[in-house]
Design a protein around this ligand. Sequence first.
Ligand SMILES: [Fe+2]
Length: 208
Amino acid sequence: MAVTPHSAKVDELIRRLDQATAAPDDAARCRNVKQVLVEIVASGEQFLDPALLEPSPDYYARRLIHRAPGDRYTVLAMVWDVGQGTPLHDHAGIWCVECVYRGKIRVTSFSVHGGDPEKDIVQFQREAVVMAGVGEAGALIPPFEYHMIENPTDQTAVTIHVYGGERRRDEVLPRLRAGRRRRLPPPVQGAVLPGLSRQAPRVARVPK
Ligand SMILES: [Fe+2]
């Protein structure tokens, strides 16, 4: 279901994502979606509605571009003002591909040790830190899905995210003590609405 005015390029994006997400497994879906996003953004066309690109003053903004029928996948624009970012989080077991549309972001990925974060107190270990610029994309395929995104630059950044479904909660791991985090909090129900930002905590420091 389209929820914002679409340029021809967005229509092309959706048509290609419909095909890309028809792959038989998550790895193939992510590979296909990543290729589509990279190629669409590499066109250099500024195809997102300017209303989607406005930063939100206190927290990064999440705005819906498209929700496929049956929630087969969703496409969101996220706007990262200077210094904004996420805490360490997962994606509730669904795959995701993220591509930079404007500016630069820093993505820090983590491995998990010592149990199931849904049930146990576990240890997260920082694995990789990547600065990604326009047209660069990455994929998260569960169970390797723990990461943080930040905008450490002095310019607003915008990313396009394609999820293998609709995220219905903030998958935030809020407690931090000596590098350990407790299990996930209860789900927060509610879809992301077009043109609205969603509150998210400030970035937490994670000991190495
Ligand atoms: Fe994420």
